[in-house]
Ligand binder design. Structure first.
Ligand code: SF4
Length: 210
């Protein structure tokens, strides 16, 4: 059974793609982008380990109250076998509920994915509605759509035009927003989206930025 390391999970997010979304931050990224929003997700040994079956069950429960799902990180494609298993399960069972589709952020470029010896990585592609690719380039930071920097590209799934049907382009070309979630169970305040703030300030105040 495949296992996957997860940094955190959120339900009902409105700033990580259209609709209300489940957001899964995977743990582990080797890209080391300067200015990364989420350096806590880099270490592949941190976070919490789930079997894909366990994580899928959680996603299935959350899909009752959400209209889409976003995988981000970390780099979800650095755990490509487990991601593939999850994407297959979601595609087979949950798309009628997740009508705003599946978004995956990755630090790999589309070219690197297509030329990778990792077959699982390539097999993920037709199961994703919108892939946002490439490392974060601090000097190319933008604030007017869903990607973090101008070098990153939107790759919509062309099969039956499913990508742009589920995730219309005008819904992702919007001003970036920030969301604050209070997690009383875990004594945590989460900030997600595209904060235009100094991370250190909030860290000193005991707030975690996702
Ligand atoms: S690919 Fe994403 S998570 Fe990884 S270092 Fe770059 S910005 Fe951070």
């Amino acid at each position: 059974m495949d296992k996957i390391r997860i940094h955190s999970i959120l339900s009902n997010s409105k700033v990580n793609g259209p609709g209300e979304r489940i957001v899964i931050w995977t743990q582990g990224c080797s890209k080391g982008c300067k200015g990364c929003f989420n350096p806590e997700t880099w270490n592949p040994n941190k976070g919490k380990e789930y079997t894909t079956e366990q994580l899928y069950k959680l996603i299935e429960e959350m899909s009752e109250a959400n209209t889409g799902i976003t995988f981000t990180g970390g780099d979800p494609l650095e755990q490509s076998r487990a991601l593939l298993d999850l994407l297959q399960k979601i595609n087979s069972n949950l798309l009628p509920k997740l009508t705003h589709g599946i978004i995956v952020f990755t630090g790999f470029t589309m070219d690197e994915i297509q030329n990778s010896p990792d077959e699982s990585m390539k097999e993920c592609l037709p199961l994703i509605d919108l892939l946002i690719d490439g490392k974060y380039e601090e000097g190319l930071k933008n604030n007017h759509h869903l990607s973090g920097s101008e070098n990153q590209n939107f790759h919509f799934n062309c099969i039956n035009n499913r990508g742009e049907t589920l995730i219309p382009r005008h819904l992702i070309e919007i001003d970036q927003e920030v969301e604050i979630h209070l997690d009383e169970q875990n004594d945590l305040i989460q900030i997600t989206g595209f904060p235009r703030i100094d991370r250190e300030f909030f860290r000193i105040k005991g707030l975690e930025i996702k």
